[in-house]
Design a protein around this ligand. Structure first.
Ligand code: G3P
Length: 217
């Protein structure tokens, strides 16, 4: 499973990227707002740093404007993936930009039918939002499973990009189901390394080591 980082915070991306853990980055208007940076500038900086797709989202809602924004964003760097919402205008934009050779991430997906129609429109990535479904007492992972089944049934090339990931368990479950990519906040990716027994075991080893009076160096 590829790891995308879901942030526009340069320092967090750099830390994970230096460890070779970043296969791509996703941003959205809320994350750009949170970063407090100019969209063109920060997107360019991320795209230059990361060796993989960097999603930058359009904010227009009508087809002509979405196309104009998408083409503009795509010019920032060769690895820009234009993100469009799963609306009818978004699907039309997806089809046009995909036909032009631009990668497209169709976002705000909450149903298997939406994922199916996005694949038909030529999406490079489909972004089902797990956490936001869980928030409504629905099971976001069931959606990932349904999309996996449908895409495999018909050999769709659209990649499942599990989004709205809120916990390390979400990462594990997405990987078990076979999501192609998971995009998560940096803190969730780092939390995957944590285990209480690791901490406990290390404490015990260090306590015993202190009793030996030895030093390695
Ligand atoms: O990738 C989409 C993500 O940014 C949404 O996450 O936590 O706002 O639902 P969240």
């Amino acid at each position: 499973m590829k790891f995308f980082v879901d942030t526009a915070d340069i320092d967090s991306i750099r830390e994970l990227n230096d460890l070779g853990m970043v296969d791509g980055v996703t941003t959205n208007p809320s994350l750009i707002m949170k970063a407090g940076r100019d969209i063109q500038e920060v997107t360019k900086e991320i795209a230059d740093m990361v060796d993989g797709p960097v999603s930058a989202e359009v904010v227009a809602t009508e087809y002509d404007d979405m196309i104009a924004e998408g083409r503009h964003l795509a010019k920032i760097a060769p690895n820009i993936c234009v993100k469009v919402p799963l609306t009818w205008a978004g699907l039309k934009t997806c089809k046009t930009l995909s036909d032009e050779g631009t990668q497209v991430n169709v976002t705000l997906c909450f149903s298997a039918n939406q994922a199916l129609i996005a694949a038909k429109a030529g999406a490079t990535f489909i972004s089902p939002f797990i956490g936001r479904l869980d928030d409504l007492n629905m099971d976001g992972m069931d959606l990932i499973q349904d999309i996996r089944t449908i895409y495999d049934n018909y050999d769709f090339k659209t990649q499942i990009l599990a989004a709205s990931i809120r916990s390390a368990n979400h990462m594990k479950d997405a990987a078990l189901i076979g999501a192609d990519v998971a995009t998560a906040p940096p803190g969730v990716i780092k939390a995957m390394a944590n285990h209480v027994l690791t901490d406990k075991g290390l404490d015990a080893f260090l306590a015993d080591w202190a009793k030996t009076g030895q030093s390695i160096l």
